[in-house]
Design a protein. Sequence first.
Length: 346
Amino acid sequence: QDYYGKELQKSEDLKTNVCVTSAGPLPKAVRDALEHVHEEVVARYYGCGLVIPECLSSCRILDLGSGSGRDCYLLSQLVGEQGHVTGIDMTEGQVQCRAGTSPPPPSSPLPFFLSSCQVEVAKKHIAYHMDKFGYQKPNVEFLHGYMEKLGDAGLADESYDIVISNCVINLAPDKRAVLQEAFRVLKPGGEMYFSDIYASQRLSETVRKHRVLWGECLAGALYWKDLYSIAEEVGFSPPCLVSASPITVGDKELEGIIGDCRFVSATFRLFKVPGGSRAGPGQVIYNGGIVGHERELVFDANFTFEEGEVVDVDAEMAAILRSSRFAEEFLIQAGADATALQGNCC
């Protein structure tokens, strides 16, 4: 609160490029949906890029750290009236804003006020968006709660198809609890699609307690290998890397404190694959049915599926496609030569 409320007055005050945007151009459906979000919601949103997976029609989605609700209202349109989006944030209501002050105008630079004010903005625009989208009843809700304790907010087991998160897990002291809770609330075949900051090594106590590095989302970064071990412990399939961008630190003092550690902003997909879905490698053909990805689907850094093209996949990817919401978008058959496959979704 102190770092974002006092020290950062404009974007040039940032010491790093942590807030990089998602790789590649946005699909037209996403661009169009973003244009329909209320200007105040967009102006008061301080997230990093967009974390929007594919194939969302009628899905139930949970957004961890939803802030002013921009992504929730965007997703509301993509899931449709039969879908549902829940945003959860650790901040409460307007009462937590600075005493005697109100949120600044939309033109104010960067996070000038406490994010609790953003949650109020998200809630007050529900009716506006439902009317804008032509929905008879809201398909969006905003809850107060902690992503390490989703049960305290009333979120039941196996109640969501997708969990998304945009550069906030690094701020959680207990990353394992976050992934455990995400796994719990996901339905079998569900996906956690999220971006965050990762380090090339485990961080020293000096780095982890440095207030500027914490404010820049670096001091809480997870060692990338720990993501793989935690995901396995929790029960997820091996992480599928979607994209990654190096983070630069343009400050000599901070570079000296960080030392030889390097950071990346990366997007991963984790799947809750039922045990019975694993049946060896296979061959898949994408039918081109996902809106905005009709000709090709860039699934992760290793797998791009062209419409109508036969692709050999390993056992893990075959299980993911077979058990997830992508199953209806692919013809999946066993029989690929496992020895001919190279790599896997990791």
